[in-house]
Design a protein around this ligand. Structure first.
Ligand code: URA
Length: 221
């Protein structure tokens, strides 16, 4: 489905269908009164919905099996291996959710921190599997704000040989500025998000947003 940001069509953007359930989960995680335990529980639930949607973009091929009635069933199986790359630190919150749905997944990590004064990303280090170029890569970061960390991560993955069309970026809440920056730089990656907010404030936080995701999830506020 085509999605528009400020009048421009982005075919590579998937926004989860807003259901009463998803709306309720998003309300809980955005609410400043929500206690940390509940924040973690409901953020994990949204993350699983996002990752399940991401899995829909992996290629499959026909697989014919025999059921317990002895009859044939024309089914399918996933083709290709995957790797998740959480962007440290907030992306680590999504690691368990992807492990729960993808049994043999490899997990890489990338350490990019944003300078809190300038909101510019600073790349420190990555740990990626040797065969990353052969894998579909799920980049995990719950808040897509300016897009700076996302762009630095995707640039790094491309340097390691990962093709753009094998990169799926998962963000719980996104700013239009971030989506535009990332998809204008890398038009063939896919972004999957639960909701697109109004924009960024002067500190480059998403508004209405939810605040500092990492601080709430990891209890360092
Ligand atoms: N990171 C966060 O945790 N929240 C924002 O709003 C933007 C970046």
């Amino acid at each position: 489905m085509a999605t528009y940001i400020n009048g421009k069509q982005y075919l590579q953007l998937t926004i989860l269908k807003m259901t009463p359930q998803l709306h309720t989960l998003l309300t809980i995680v955005r609410d400043k009164q929500t206690k940390r335990n509940d924040f973690i529980f409901y953020a994990d639930r949204i993350n699983r919905l996002l990752i399940e949607e991401g899995l829909n973009f992996l290629p499959t091929r026909e697989k014919i099996i025999e059921t317990r009635t002895g009859e044939k069933y024309i089914g399918s199986e996933f083709v290709g291996k995957i790797c998740a790359v959480p962007i440290i630190r907030a992306g680590l919150s999504m690691e368990n959710s992807i492990r729960e749905v993808a049994k043999k997944i490899r997990i890489g990590h990338i350490l990019i921190q944003r300078n809190e004064e300038t909101a510019e990303p600073i790349f420190f280090k990555d740990w990626l599997p040797g065969d990353i170029a052969k894998r579909y890569v799920f980049v995990l970061d719950p808040m897509l704000a300016t897009g700076g960390s996302a762009i630095a991560t995707i640039k790094r993955l491309k340097e390691r040989g990962v093709e753009e069309n094998k990169i799926i970026f998962i963000a719980m809440v996104s700013a239009p500025e971030g989506i535009k920056a990332v998809l204008d730089a890398f038009p063939n990656i896919r972004i999957i998000t639960a909701e697109v907010d109004q924009g960024l404030n002067e500190r480059a936080y998403i508004v209405p947003g939810l605040g500092d995701f990492g601080d709430i999830y990891f209890g360092t506020a």
